[in-house]
Design a protein around this ligand. Structure first.
Ligand SMILES: [Zn+2]
Length: 423
């Protein structure tokens, strides 16, 4: 590969590790959105030193935004000497709760056996650090590049991204002409390019009943039994039908290369937080939340109809069966074209660093790319970054130091291809 770029990154290896550890030490746990402002401020200070213009932007009035927990995002921009395109690296700074089962302190940034441990090490502070190092190395080697580089640290990805990328996208930060190409350094393995994700439909189904004394259930109507009939129909008809749906999307892991549905939760009758004994009632309501993941080949109206047609039929078959259904969230599936500029640039980086063809994948779940596509209307976007996806959100999460160094090289090469105007 480009020897000068490679050396510029190698000599920053210790800096990359130190930066990752510093980022892990901010316990940016979401919810509630702890330590966002100091973490964003830290990133701003770092990038200012490297010549970036920085802005802290609070997602005012977005879910969870309070003076105690402000949704503080950081956006940094470096304009080259000549005009050209803009490459943007977007990382989320929030992490999920550490949970139990750790053998090291999750917010210490422990380094052991060539790995940095901590909550967020792989998802995705290691990726953020790698993108900063990649940009700094690129600026040292190619100070006369054409175009601009942006780096953002955004909040709330783990809870939908509303105070982060969605907010910034609504203010024009993820649209042309400001930005042309976006790389999201989520942990998807250093030799894979993630082109997008499957679609999502979350809905709540409620079956209705009639309250009565539990000793005479025949006088009432049990909403939980009605929901039992719904689940039975799902088991017999819907789940087998979803299993049959294949896709041309290269979703990983293999099991997600078809339609899936998770029963997220079910609540019927009395809540279980009573003290003493429950009272003998026939439940008059039962609620079920479904989490349906769908494919590029499926239309969301059809996805919904598969469920409502079962419910409508039960209405004919079962006396007194009544239901309501409410949408909670919808996200369309996304797949960036393989010949899009950011894809070919990063692919070239992977070829040069690893001497092999990249693997192109689709994520089973969504991430902030959805807002960049839907609100920013920007489609030249991928996820590419170090770290092993399976380690995300788990105890003893880590990122490999060598993986970060290598993926920083890929990112820097990607910059070289996309901003090659005067190189
Ligand atoms: Zn993530």
């Amino acid at each position: 590969m480009d020897e000068k770029l490679s050396r510029a990154i190698e000599k920053r290896r210790d800096d990359l590790v130190a930066l990752t550890r510093d980022l892990i030490r901010f316990p940016t746990v979401n919810p509630p959105g702890e330590a966002y402002a100091p973490c964003a401020e830290f990133i701003a200070q770092r990038l200012k030193k490297s010549g970036f213009e920085t802005q802290l932007i609070r997602g005012e009035g977005t879910p969870g935004d309070t003076d105690r927990y402000p949704r503080t995002n950081i956006i940094a921009r470096f304009d080259g000497r000549t005009h050209g395109q803009t490459v943007h690296f977007n990382s989320h700074i929030d992490v999920v709760d550490a949970g139990d089962g750790w053998t090291v302190d999750p917010f210490e940034g422990v380094v052991k056996d060539g790995k940095v441990y901590g909550r967020g090490a792989c998802d995705m502070k290691g990726g953020l650090a790698a993108s900063i190092i990649a940009a700094e190395a690129f600026l040292e080697v190619y100070p006369d590049f054409a175009g601009s580089i942006e780096i953002s640290g955004t909040v709330d990805e783990e809870s939908g991204g509303f105070g982060g990328v969605a907010y910034l996208a609504s203010k024009g930060f993820f649209s042309k002409p400001r930005v042309d190409h976006v790389i999201i350094p989520e942990p998807l393995n250093k030799d894979r390019i993630c082109l997008g994700h499957r679609g999502v439909w979350w809905a709540e189904i409620e079956t209705k009943g009639e309250i009565a004394h539990g000793s005479m259930p025949f006088l009432g109507d049990c909403a939980v039994r009605h929901m039992g009939a719904v689940l039975d129909a799902f088991e017999k008809e819907l789940f087998p039908a979803l299993d049959q749906k294949q896709t041309r999307m290269p979703v990983v892991p293999e099991g997600a290369k078809r339609s899936t549905m998770n029963i997220n939760s079910i609540h019927g009758g009395q809540t279980d937080d009573y003290s003493g004994l429950p009272s003998p009632n026939v439940p008059d309501s039962c609620r079920l939340v479904i989490d349906r993941r769908f494919l590029l080949e499926e239309d969301i109206t059809e996805v919904k109809r598969e469920v409502t047609s079962i419910l409508d039929r039960l209405q004919w078959e079962r006396p007194k069966f009544h239901y309501n259904i409410r949408d909670i969230m919808e996200v369309q599936p996304l797949m960036t074209e393989r010949d899009a500029p950011v894809v070919t640039a990063v692919a070239q980086g992977i070829r040069e660093v690893f001497g092999k063809e990249p693997e192109y994948v689709i994520s089973p779940g969504t991430y902030d790319q959805k807002h960049i596509a839907r609100i920013g209307l920007l489609h030249d976007c991928i996820a590419y970054g170090p770290g092993i996806l399976d380690l995300a959100h788990r105890p003893d999460e880590y990122v490999g130091i060598e993986d970060m160094v290598e993926s920083a090289k890929v990112m820097a090469l990607g910059l070289k291809v996309l901003l090659s105007g005067s190189i």
